[in-house]
Design a protein around this ligand. Structure first.
Ligand SMILES: [Zn+2]
Ligand SMILES: [Zn+2]
Length: 107
């Protein structure tokens, strides 16, 4: 398999599959580096806002490697991410997004 972006030949274990959060019917394959670059720029924010305060939801990158392994990315209210005491922002939104939608496996 080949990375869609840099065309590098990949081992199966180095592949990250991504269907643009359900936008694509078939997931595209990326190498880890290209995927991280894309997700931290193009997909840093999903365009959703926190219902509590209206701040944008942004990618939480602390454990990006683990998240990619588990195939779920987490987006948190920007205020929560910047908070000194995040526990004060418990009511603020966070959402998990599958890299590939589970439905895709049913077909
Ligand atoms: Zn690549
Ligand atoms: Zn908020």
């Amino acid at each position: 398999m080949i990375c869609e972006k840099c065309k590098k030949d990949l081992n199966k274990k180095d592949i990250v599959e991504f269907d643009k959060f359900g936008e694509l019917e078939q997931p595209i394959t990326y190498c880890y580096d290209c995927f991280v670059e894309m997700i931290t720029t193009e997909y840093k924010s999903l365009g959703d806002s926190c219902e509590e305060c209206g701040a944008p939801l942004e990618l939480k990158t602390d454990d990006l490697e683990v998240d990619i392994e588990e195939k779920v990315l987490w987006y948190y209210c920007k205020r929560t991410l910047e908070a000194i005491n995040p526990e004060e922002y418990e009511d603020h939104d966070s959402v998990g997004q599958y890299l590939t939608q589970p439905e895709a496996d049913w077909e």
